[in-house]
Design a binder for this molecule. Structure first.
Ligand SMILES: *[C@@H]1O[C@H](CO)[C@@H](O)[C@H](O)[C@H]1NC(C)=O
Ligand SMILES: *[C@@H]1O[C@H](CO)[C@@H](O)[C@H](O)[C@H]1NC(C)=O
Length: 216
């Protein structure tokens, strides 16, 4: 009995300390996306070929175009853009919002997110697993946190553009956008799954699928 409890505590400690990206085992491990070696993350490139460019990215300097159906654009600065981030367990994004723009409800399976408002005002929120919404209006200079894995969103209800910098405790947090995941998957999620889940008819489901279909 005591040993069962001890084992449980030990497991809790081990799993608890590995809840974010794994720790690095050397100074740097710059990603080599061309490597044939498939591991958790990316294989390291030869250190002789590493230079400062591997740790640099200027892609968040300017606002991205928000001329799309959501009126928002996420620009990621993760390990796919900055190979030097491999094994470091952090990344950033910039998100731009047109007036009325929405970053629709989504989750990051591998990271907690903390946003800092660069410009404008946003109505933001996350929903817990007991379906409680925690929401707030935030403005320039303010911060809000979206706990790992929880569904969250940001909406610009102002009449000027808004922008945030988002930080993540993962080199590649991953994004699952709820509506697109369910209504724009390939191959498609069967209509009879969606009609029952959402308690609506096939027509409504088909209408959403058409609207969310990836632009050709
Ligand atoms: C860094 O290495 C890349 C090739 O991996 C090269 O294209 C680039 O010019 C180098 N940059 C500097 C500052 O040496
Ligand atoms: C926005 O996108 C639409 C369709 O893609 C295009 O017709 C329109 O000119 C764009 N507007 C601006 C301001 O870029």
């Amino acid at each position: 009995m005591t040993s069962t409890i001890a084992l449980f505590v030990l497991l809790a400690i081990i799993t608890g300390t590995s809840a974010a990206d794994p720790d690095l085992l050397q100074d740097i491990c710059v990603a080599d996306p061309t490597s044939a070696v498939k591991i958790n993350g990316f294989a390291c490139k030869d250190i002789a070929t590493v230079n400062a460019t591997d740790f640099f990215f200027d892609g968040l300097a300017k606002a991205g175009s928000t001329n799309n159906s959501m009126g928002s654009l996420v620009t990621a600065a993760n390990v796919q853009k900055i190979p030097g981030l491999n094994t470091l367990g952090v990344s950033l994004s910039r998100i731009d919002y047109a007036p009325g723009g929405l970053n629709p409800p989504h989750t990051h399976p591998r990271a907690t997110e903390i946003v800092f408002v660069l410009e404008g005002e946003l109505d933001v929120g996350f929903i817990t697993t007991t379906n409680t919404l925690f929401s707030k209006s935030i403005k320039k200079g303010e911060i809000f946190v979206f706990p790992r894995g929880l569904v969250h969103f940001q909406k610009n209800n102002g009449n000027v553009a808004a922008a945030v910098i988002a930080a993540f405790n993962s080199q590649l947090p991953g994004t699952q956008s709820i509506a697109a995941t369910l209504f724009a998957a390939t191959p498609p999620v069967p209509d009879n799954v969606l009609t029952k889940a959402f308690q609506v008819g096939t027509k409504e489901v088909e209408k959403i699928k058409t609207r969310l279909a990836p632009k050709k």
